[in-house]
Design a protein around this ligand. Structure first.
Ligand code: AMP
Length: 413
């Protein structure tokens, strides 16, 4: 696993709106399928077998982050599908041949621990992965036998897990994944000190995933002290556009889009530009066309291998390439503070997608510009976005752009 630098907790938000009943439902805003999230064929088969046809909002938002190995705080309640949101990436990434405990899930109650174990086992079918529940109130003898059988995943309550650590019947030195489930309830139940003691005994190389319905101060502190550069992923409210983002739309015909894009890309003010395309095919087409015209550009989308996506992101993150073309799903795990411009080559399908995309710029108090290319009939979609975000978008034509292209500062944030 790569070593990650220790940086203070700086919440970065991504949100999908979830209905009031918070039942697991496909997210209409994301409309992502499991197959676009970079999961293995056996995992896709399992998900189909257990009857999960589409990811729930929290799954759609957290799976890319979890699979990338990043720490995150997921704001979600029980019933949102959060168990699979951590079980799936853990099962995808743990080593079934290793005999050590690789994943620890801490839950506030024995009931929740039992529920998590059932869900984990359901998703682990066909894999040689042992899952053990370690909770207070259960005979310790049975747990000792279970621990001797080398489980790779331990699901438990903090008190009993700490008990085993003190008896040295459980070792967390080789742990790769820690999940803090319902962290706010663990706090309410007085488990805060136990959780912190346990975290101190785990390997520094671990990935930490924290789920909580609310984010009290303790959760923030926990994230600062024990998580690395954690991102906040939330399904409990609408995202707002940051006030510092400047928004333009540029009206042109379909055939003029590439020319308009070229003019934007030629501006030296666009220091790091993220270009969104609605489909993987369009992303590939655009990539080839722009490379052919000599632009410094790379691409990420769900049909590329994890390795190819990582390489593209690495180059973009390190400013080795100035432009990245992405689809909505591929950009979900993206957290780069220096993106100066988000360019919507295709207008997003929904206002929520627009907000997600534009949220990739003007981060951490910086300025940012969002530029959306639209054809005349798409002006209605711009109005929808304006209604949804309660912010107006400056209208421009291709002619304006031609005039402005030479004007210093015209595309600045
Ligand atoms: P959880 O919030 O993890 O406790 O999940 C609540 C319920 O939703 C459980 O019964 C899960 O089996 C179910 N569930 C989880 N993910 C999905 C999905 N993608 N589609 C349908 N049901 C799901």
């Amino acid at each position: 696993m790569p070593t990650r630098s220790r940086r203070p907790f700086r919440p970065t938000h991504r949100t999908a709106y979830l209905g009031p009943d918070e039942l697991p439902q496909p997210d209409p805003a994301a409309s992502v399928s499991f197959s676009e999230l970079g999961l293995s064929a056996p995992m896709l088969r399992t998900l189909a077998e257990v009857g999960y046809s589409d990811p729930t909002p929290i799954q759609a938002l957290t799976l890319p982050v979890a699979l990338s190995g990043r720490d995150f705080v997921g704001q979600a309640r029980t019933g949102s599908g959060k168990t699979a949101a951590f079980a799936v990436p853990i099962l995808e990434r743990l080593d079934p041949t290793s005999k050590s405990v690789q994943a620890l899930v801490l839950c506030p109650t024995r009931e929740l621990a039992a529920q998590v174990t059932v869900e984990f086992e359901k998703l682990a079918q066909g894999r040689s992965v042992q899952i053990l529940t370690v909770v207070g109130g259960d005979p310790i003898r049975r747990q000792l036998d279970g621990l001797l059988a080398h489980p790779q995943v331990v699901v438990g309550t903090p008190g009993r897990v700490l008990d085993h650590l003190q008896r040295r019947t459980l070792s967390l030195g080789e742990i790769r994944f820690v999940v803090l489930d319902e962290a706010d309830r663990m706090l309410d139940m007085g488990f805060a000190p136990d959780v912190e003691r346990i975290l101190l005994q785990t390997s520094k190389q671990r990935q930490t995933m924290l789920f909580s319905a609310t984010v009290p101060e303790w959760v923030h502190r926990l994230a600062s002290r024990h998580m690395q550069d954690a991102e906040t992923v939330s399904v409990s409210g609408r995202t707002e556009l940051v006030p510092t983002v400047r928004q333009w739309c540029i009206e042109c015909s379909w055939s003029e889009k590439e020319e308009a894009l070229g003019m934007l890309m030629d501006s030296p003010l666009v220091t790091l530009g993220l270009i969104f395309s609605n489909t993987k095919r369009n992303a590939d087409h655009l990539h080839t066309a722009l490379l052919g015209r000599g632009y410094d550009v790379t691409v990420i989308h769900g049909d590329l291998s994890q390795r190819e996506r990582d390489q593209a992101l690495e180059r973009f993150r390190g400013s080795k390439v100035r432009f990245l073309i992405a689809t909505d799903v591929a950009a979900r795990g993206l957290d780069i503070d220096d993106i100066s411009h988000v360019i919507n080559y295709d207008i997003p399908a929904t206002p929520e997608d627009y907000v997600h995309r534009v949220g990739r710029t003007a981060r951490a108090g910086r300025d940012g510009v969002a530029l959306t290319l639209i054809t005349p009939i798409e002006i209605l979609k711009i109005r929808d976005i304006e209604r949804h975000t309660k912010r107006s978008i400056e209208r421009h034509t291709l002619e304006d752009l031609k005039l402005l292209a030479g004007t210093a500062g015209a595309l600045a944030g």
